[in-house]
Design a protein around this ligand. Sequence first.
Ligand code: AMP
Length: 226
Amino acid sequence: MKIVLIGAPGAGKGTYAQILREKYCIPHISTGDIFREEIARDTELGRVVKSYIEKGLLVPDEIVIEVVSKRLKQPDASRGFILDGFPRTLEQAKALDEIVDVDAVVHLVVSEEVAVRRLSGRRICPVCNRVYNIYYEPKPREDEKCDYDGAQLIRRPDDEPEVVRNRYRVFYETFKPIIEYYRVSNKLIEVDSNKSIKEVFPVVEEVLRRNKILRLQPCKEDVRVG
Ligand code: AMP
């Protein structure tokens, strides 16, 4: 199952990727997470991408393409993967075709208002990258602490409402040609993601099974959904 999840900030890409990863044991490859890790480790790459991310700008294509190309060559990606945050430009989409033949591109569709509300409540575990929300499920069980490792959850600077609105607009400006690109190549699957995780996740699974993209059996049955 080689899939890409696309959608505006707040559409739920990270959330559904995390559930699919746990349930089907394939890696969730998020360029945003890779960059945040590089920044945290203060690597050369981290210092370069930090200057773009802090301003709410996209990282240049050649940098992102190299990072993704290397990551997809790792052995754990051979059975399948969930790409999240890439491609974000037409150049990246074309470069991805040269690297691997993806099975489907799932576009999670969300309104701007729902995106702003969701992201203003989003909290991330700095240790394991799990995503929570203080307004919606999955809420952390204990006050702003990770359920799994107890780390203090953090709010990303780019989740501030004004930054979210800007990211949402940047997404639609840059993404129109990509959506068309995948529509033309018959790889695009659109799912309404304005509802709760419990309602949307079964739709994602069902549409992937119907299109014979999801053929794996769950490696874990008791995955928490919403
Ligand atoms: P995300 O967690 O996906 O929202 O990514 C956080 C930030 O990393 C974005 O706002 C961009 O600045 C940068 N980034 C992540 N993925 C890409 C990409 N495919 N192309 C360009 N910039 C990216």
